[in-house]
Design a protein around this ligand. Sequence first.
Ligand SMILES: NC(=O)C1=CN([C@@H]2O[C@H](COP(=O)(O)OP(=O)(O)OC[C@H]3O[C@@H](n4cnc5c(N)ncnc54)[C@H](O)[C@@H]3O)[C@@H](O)[C@H]2O)C=CC1
Ligand SMILES: CC(C)CC(=O)C(=O)O
Ligand SMILES: [Mg+2]
Length: 351
Amino acid sequence: MKIAVLPGDGIGPEIVAQAVKVLKALNLNLTMTEAPIGGAGYEAAGDPLPDATLQLAKDSDAVLLGAVGDWKYDKLERHLRPERGLLRIRKELNLFANLRPALLYPELAGASTLKPEIVSGLDLMIIRELTGDIYFGQPRGISTLENGEREGINTMRYNESEIKRIGRVAFDIAMKRNKKVCSVDKANVLETTELWRQVMIELSAEYPEVELSHMYVDNAAMQLIRAPKQFDVMVTGNIFGDILSDEASMLTGSIGMLPSASLDANNKGMYEPSHGSAPDIAGKDIANPLATILSAAMMLRYTFNDEANAVKIENACKKALAQGYRTADIATEGCNLVGCNAMGDAVVAAL
Ligand SMILES: NC(=O)C1=CN([C@@H]2O[C@H](COP(=O)(O)OP(=O)(O)OC[C@H]3O[C@@H](n4cnc5c(N)ncnc54)[C@H](O)[C@@H]3O)[C@@H](O)[C@H]2O)C=CC1
Ligand SMILES: CC(C)CC(=O)C(=O)O
Ligand SMILES: [Mg+2]
């Protein structure tokens, strides 16, 4: 089993090191090869997605990624910025299905900013389309108009087949869960998502057992905070999914708890925490590595079909939390406050 390990920038190397440690502790037949991406790719090869990194990712069964980005790259030409490397690897590998499970561990009920009765038992699967929408649509850019003022353009677009394939992922996952899908759009004002809604309705005819509902994204943002347990599987486009998943992470206690799997049609995947490179806390050994470690568990589940070891990792994370270990972002009174590295050690010890 070949894994490309792409630590990236900011806290990326710190958190990925913990996930690698946990994978190694399982003594599986894994070959892990590291390569630079994002700002690290730019520094090493003048490209946020160096050719060698892309080739390694293509030649591997799965990719484990930390995060990319740093404010110091904001002045670079757009195609050289770290985030473009991330978007490109997602597109090149055709990773259109991004699964972001928001699950509240009972031990963290006190870390959530919401009342325990609102979030306890939360188990929500957010499915975000990842290779289309306004992040990829053409035309895009900043240009100067005839009158001398500047104009910024991005284009929200989805075609029918892109909507259908992510819809299928959502319905298939719902069939294995509680048979409920909520499709989130803004069909009242955006034609792109009017089509999204039409296609979801047409597709639902193939899944008569699944209850399909629709919600506008502004209401969904509110309902996630008001009564998140009304949702089971939520499916949405790239930008809405990006925003709603960060919001949902707070129901679980921290953005440092939200893992993700980005899958192609054959379950080859890239696994990364849902958060970014957190430059504000990078290099201080205080980042929460659990989202990355839980992403490694998703890798075993979805790409390597190894449910037993995926559950082992998840249980080890639960055990470390039950033993009181907490990084700063999920710290509660009386906990055993540890750094990133020590949290990784606690998970390995629990394994
Ligand atoms: N997938 C990726 O690689 C992503 C990259 N980015 C990039 O990351 C950089 C920073 O972006 P931000 O908007 O600040 O988002 P961010 O997700 O990096 O950080 C937001 C806040 O959450 C905290 N945080 C994030 N991960 C954490 C963890 N594991 N443990 C504890 N606290 C954590 C940070 O300290 C910060 O206060 C930018 O360059 C951005 O473009 C942003 C989102 C995703
Ligand atoms: C480059 C961004 C689209 C990354 C991000 O915010 C995400 O994937 O959640
Ligand atoms: Mg995001």
